[in-house]
Write a protein that binds this ligand. Structure first.
Ligand code: BTN
Length: 240
């Protein structure tokens, strides 16, 4: 595993997308600061200041896209939960890949497929983890309740040590994951899924869907039953 440490970048995902040809498979790019962090569904990822984690895995598993790659965000969410559990926390996953601690978002994961024309070049699998914040800085994120590791355990954590743990857990089962896909982590994912059995609203592109979250399929999709007992199998969306 190669590591590239940057000071300030617009976004580590953007950096990886722009430099994909020079970067080797399984390189980790991390930065001290992000000036224009990208989030899911066209949102921004706010930089909460020094000591936070902004990291992107450069993944070039093959020359062709495989559906399994869409589940890498869920794999990374499970990996992150395992790391946070080592700090004595009980993280939960909100489908598809938000990680929450005590009901508040502690991290965000964004995978971007890198294409050159019709050629699949690889993936920029980015993760931002709130490791250091305070009651003031969390207010920088307006639309969500967020938390940070230091606020949950009442002490500062070493960003480098956290990053190394995350990367080593990630790569320890990465090849297994490429062979088996979501099925490898299905039990671990479901064990931490806080939304199952609950009444939820899922935001889709231009609409919302209300219902009970029934289960997670072997491909990581969310099965939702609406009030008319109609079943929906969702591959993308955001639980509100
Ligand atoms: C989300 O919306 O929850 C996903 C946020 C992903 C943020 C990370 S920070 C490192 C990497 N670089 C980016 O610009 N975004 C991801």
């Amino acid at each position: 595993m190669e590591t590239i440490s940057l000071d300030t970048v617009e976004s580590t995902n953007l950096y990886v997308k722009t430099h994909i040809d020079e970067l080797s498979d399984m390189t980790v790019v991390h930065a001290q600061k992000q000036s224009n962090g990208r989030g899911r569904l066209q949102r921004k990822w706010v930089d909460l200041g020094e000591g936070n984690l902004f990291l992107t895995f450069v993944l070039k598993p093959s020359n062709m896209f495989s559906n399994i790659y869409s589940n890498l965000t869920q794999y990374l969410a499970v990996v992150l939960c395992r790391v946070l559990e080592n700090y004595g926390l009980k993280p939960e996953i909100k489908w598809p890949n938000d990680v929450l601690v005590n009901g508040k978002k502690i991290a965000g994961i964004l995978s971007e497929t890198v294409m050159q024309g019709s050629l699949f070049k690889g993936l920029a699998l980015g993760i931002g983890v709130n490791l250091r914040a305070d009651n003031e800085s969390v207010k920088l994120v307006k639309d969500k309740d967020i938390t940070a590791l230091n606020m949950e355990i009442n002490k500062d954590v070493d960003t480098g040590a956290f990053r190394e743990d995350l990367c080593s857990y990630f790569f320890s089962e990465y090849n297994n994951f490429l062979n088996r896909g979501f099925e490898l982590i299905q039990d671990d994912y479901i064990l931490r899924a806080c939304f199952l059995g609950k009444e939820i609203t899922v935001k889709l592109f231009n609409s919302e869907l209300k219902g009970v979250a029934k289960s997670i399929t072997g491909n990581g999709e969310l099965v939702l039953i609406d009030k008319n007992n109609k079943e929906f199998v969702l591959t993308i969306g955001d639980i509100l």
